[in-house]
Design a protein around this ligand. Structure first.
Ligand SMILES: Cc1cc2nc3c(=O)[nH]c(=O)nc-3n(C[C@H](O)[C@H](O)[C@H](O)COP(=O)(O)O)c2cc1C
Length: 496
């Protein structure tokens, strides 16, 4: 690597699929596969990408890194760390030999509710292409636009694509949607501000809620991705850089810009400059990566293998695991589930609730997406009268009619679409008059854990057609080291 890079030199690729969030830097390869670098590796990657905005030899790169570190990086180990990171970035296409012609895939997690925030940056002209790309991936899209954004794109084109009105003001005449920024902030599984103008970045960095886009980005508990897009000098300015650093610190996902054109130059005088947002296709890949990461594998559509990995790693330490049944759930089961009932426990994990119901004399089927969880659950008490089944609640293959269904901490992990499908399965599987016991994290825990917070109104909106709400009370979700606030809902299947 050293000799080769010294001969040809290295540079940052024109198109880098990367974002920074807090201490982490995510870099994707062309196919959307990638690496999340943390701590020192992330800092090193950020420095390398910045220094290689100019073509440099490996030796020059190391010298400049030494200059930044304020100390020589001469030990073979230090040099090896730099070389292996450069190797990773090369493999991912983020840096390339400086003589190669300039060149530019995706994880697939469809079905998220995405609020797209548009601003007065020139790249807003690509908004219809991005909306189209999001829709093609199965996402649900609502658009919010600043007044300046609507100079670049007409709301009608976006409304035709999404079949939803574009929210362009905090105050609206629409009597059905009187507070659009709160409504959209709550609705979102993710907020994407693409492109993010310098002005909007400043608003968000300073907690300025005066535009619909900044108000949504600041209000939502969903992850927020910002794709800065501007003139190279604006991007390099101290104020913008300060705001970007603040936004990364604040937990926003800040996309690294790419080479783009400067519209202030005459068309025949344009040369590529750094500051433009990557094209829609790449932003879509980054957004889907953020969604998968933000939900830690808990969104519907995330594969069983991710759950298996979690249960293999540290089953008992998972935040929702408890080897004791929650007192209020035990009481609700005793009160509402008739003796010898057929009980379905969905998202059973290590099976605490399922074994409890079996011990109480019920006939229990317990399901989970993770085969590893089920194997471990079954091994805890091989004699427990529980049928363990691998099943996806959003596409359930369970058959039969149950007297009771228990869901402790499963529904709130799902996307809107996943929750809708789960609700339909519960309505199918529960006999009329049967009881559904549902426990979800409260709003505060939901915000930090990326789950969906359900209140009474939201539970009724999701389940009200098939179920009557019998009880709704504050609760907790005891886990290995804490008891975050939760809600316990008791519902009854309506007569068909
Ligand atoms: C022709 C033209 C192009 C512009 N392009 C950009 C741009 O790419 N990025 C940017 O940050 N601002 C750009 N601006 C400036 C923004 O439109 C301006 O800062 C505005 O206040 C942004 O407001 P908003 O963030 O509320 O949409 C441009 C302005 C004009 C007139």
């Amino acid at each position: 690597m050293g000799a080769d890079s010294d001969r040809v030199g290295l540079r940052r690729a024109a198109l880098v699929r990367s974002y920074d969030a807090g201490e982490t830097t995510v870099v994707l390869g062309e196919g959307g596969d990638g690496r999340a670098l943390g701590g020192d590796s992330a800092r090193l990657a950020r420095a390398v990408l910045e220094l290689l905005e100019q073509p440099r030899s490996m030796t020059e790169l190391v010298t400049l890194l030494e200059h930044r570190a304020g100390a020589p990086l001469q030990s073979p180990e230090q040099r090896q760390v730099i070389e292996s990171l450069v190797g990773i970035l090369r493999e991912l296409g983020a840096i390339e030999p400086a003589i190669a012609p300039r060149r530019g895939g995706a994880p697939h997690k469809p079905g998220a509710r995405v609020v797209l925030g548009l601003t007065g940056a020139v790249a807003t002209m690509h908004a219809p292409a991005l909306v189209q790309a999001l829709l093609e991936r199965g996402h649900h899209v609502r658009v919010a636009a600043t007044a300046e954004a609507l100079r670049w794109v007409r709301p009608e084109s976006l409304e035709v694509l999404t079949h939803r009105p574009v929210a362009s003001q905090l105050w609206t005449e629409d009597r059905k949607h009187l507070v659009p920024h709160i409504e959209l902030a709550r609705w979102a599984d993710a907020v994407l501000v693409y492109p993010a103008s310098a002005t909007t970045l400043g608003r968000i960095a300073h907690g300025d809620y005066s535009s619909i886009v900044s108000a949504i980005a600041l209000t939502t508990t969903a992850p927020v991705m910002l794709a800065p897009s501007m003139n190279a000098a604006m991007y390099a300015s101290a104020a913008v850089q300060r705001n970007l650093a603040q936004l990364v610190d604040d937990g926003m996902h800040v996309v690294r810009p790419t080479l783009g054109i400067e519209v202030a130059d005459a068309p025949d005088a344009r040369t590529p400059t750094l500051g433009a947002a990557p094209p829609p296709k790449v932003v879509l890949q980054l957004l889907e990566t953020m969604l998968a990461q933000a939900h830690g594998g808990r969104v519907a559509g995330h594969g069983p293998e991710d759950w298996d990995a979690m249960y293999r790693r540290a089953a008992e330490a998972l935040p929702w695991h408890s080897d004791r049944v929650d007192d209020d759930l035990a009481a609700a089961i005793a009160t509402h589930v008739p003796a010898g009932a057929a009980v379905l426990d969905v998202g059973t994990g290590l099976g605490t609730l399922a074994r409890h119901c079996a011990a109480a004399g019920h006939r229990v089927v317990a399901t989970d997406l993770s085969a590893v969880a089920l194997e471990r659950a079954a091994a805890i008490d091989p004699d427990a009268a529980v049928v363990w089944l691998q099943d996806d609640v959003t596409d359930s293959h369970v058959r039969g009619r149950f007297d009771a269904i228990v869901d402790r901490g499963c529904l709130h992990l799902l996307t809107h679409e996943g929750a809708r499908r789960h609700a339909a399965s519960m309505a199918r599987l529960l006999r009329p008059g049967g009881v559904l016991l549902l426990k979800t994290f409260g709003a505060q825990a939901a915000a930090t854990r990326g789950t969906t917070a359900y209140d009474r109104a939201e539970v009724l909106a999701l389940l009200g057609d098939a179920f009557a709400l019998h009880d709704d009370r504050a609760s907790t979700m005891p886990g290995p080291d804490q008891e975050p606030p939760a809600h316990l809902f008791v519902l009854r299947r309506r007569e068909a």
